[in-house]
Design a binder for this molecule. Structure first.
Ligand code: PEP
Ligand code: MN
Length: 347
């Protein structure tokens, strides 16, 4: 439930509402906003009796959140959440953010070359896994902490922000120390201990939709992160399992639109994992920008044929350059642009 305060309500009146909520045995979340101040009530598992709150001074009205997820819902916050990264890039704002890099960090040369090239082409976030959740335990599992150090070095050299995955609760602190965005992968979307840990890590989170998860389950997973006090969550569509084997996954672009309707959080589309094939990545990246995604995350590798993972869906550096020109043009048609960061060294 949300208690919306009158325009010009005093801090004392807001505090009075928060006190009343706590007295009723719930938790209060004051939310000062540009348009309105509201106080969220959390901790309820059903309808709350509003009679004690509606009469309090400064209260305009009470909104019951009808969805099972609360704080991530549009009802909770009609304004879009914008997440500002340390390099000044804003995810969820007017411009489309491009995140690019290899599936996995493999070597110093590989990550630095890729970082310089994607920065020159207009990306503002570098992706690269240091801990890889692989389907087979015999596949390359990542460089671990050394991979995190190489990502940090690439950030220093280029000004790109870094997104990389944490695969277990105990590993979150180490990843958060080096990353600007902590990724929770598709296979871990319902790993609730991990979700709570990233909720406490104090860094923006990129939460990927599970392979067979509904949008509602994705939003409820985000709620786990949110209730730990971390509102900086990006929701990523990365393709779901389908009956049809024509592609590795089915990139569900309707989900990008649905998530925008149901939630105030920024949306990310991943056409690399969403299609599983290089030839399909460019067209679906273009479609994702057209569908209104706030960010696109792309796998790019200097030599895809030699990649330790996901080479078949990685773009070459030249293909990435060409795609960026198209994404720029498409975002322009929609009155958006590709997000630039003052700190990023362009070539
Ligand atoms: C990845 O981003 O490299 C990855 C493993 O993605 P997902 O969790 O979506 O499979
Ligand atoms: Mn990958």
């Amino acid at each position: 439930m949300l208690v919306v305060m009158r325009h010009g309500a005093t801090p004392d009146q807001v505090a009075g509402v928060a006190r009343a909520i706590e007295d009723m045995g719930y938790r209060a979340r004051p939310m000062p906003g540009a348009q309105r101040t509201a106080v969220g009530l959390v901790g309820n598992d059903g309808r709350v009796d509003e009679s004690r709150l509606v009469g309090l001074e400064g209260v305009l009205r009470v909104i019951h959140v009808t969805q099972p997820y609360k704080q991530v819902s549009r009802e909770w916050s009609p304004e879009d959440t914008v997440i500002e990264l340390p390099n000044g890039v804003r995810v969820g704002g007017e411009d489309v953010v491009i995140m690019a890099g290899p599936c996995a960090v493999e070597s110093r040369e590989q990550i630095l070359e890729t970082a310089h090239r994607v920065a020159a082409a207009g990306a503002t976030v570098l992706r690269g896994g240091a801990f890889k959740p692989r389907t087979s335990p015999y596949s390359f599992q990542g460089l671990g902490e050394e991979g995190l150090r190489l990502l940090a070095e690439a950030r220093e050299a280029t000004g790109l922000a870094v997104v990389t995955e944490a695969v277990e609760p105990d590993g979150v602190a180490m990843v958060a120390e080096h990353a600007d965005i902590v990724q929770v992968g598709a296979r871990n979307m319902q790993n609730y201990a991990l979700l709570r840990a990233v909720g406490r890590a104090g860094k923006p989170v990129l939460l990927k939709r599970g392979l067979s998860a509904t949008v509602k389950e994705l939003l409820l997973a985000a709620e786990y992160i949110m209730i730990e006090g971390n509102p900086q969550i990006m929701l990523c569509e990365r393709g779901v399992r389908s009956f049809d084997t024509h592609a590795r996954n089915l990139l569900d672009l309707t989900a990008v639109v649905s998530i925008k309707e149901l939630s105030h959080l920024p949306t990310v589309a991943d056409p690399s994992h969403g299609t599983g094939a290089r030839s399909k990545v460019g067209p679906m990246a273009r479609a994702a920008v057209a569908a209104g995604a706030d960010a696109i995350i792309l796998e790019v590798h200097p030599d895809p044929a030699a990649a330790a993972s996901d080479g078949q869906q990685s773009l070459t550096l030249d293909q990435f350059d060409a795609l960026m020109l198209e994404l720029d043009a498409i975002s322009g048609v929609l009155g958006r642009g590709i997000a630039r960061a003052p700190a990023v060294v362009h070539g």
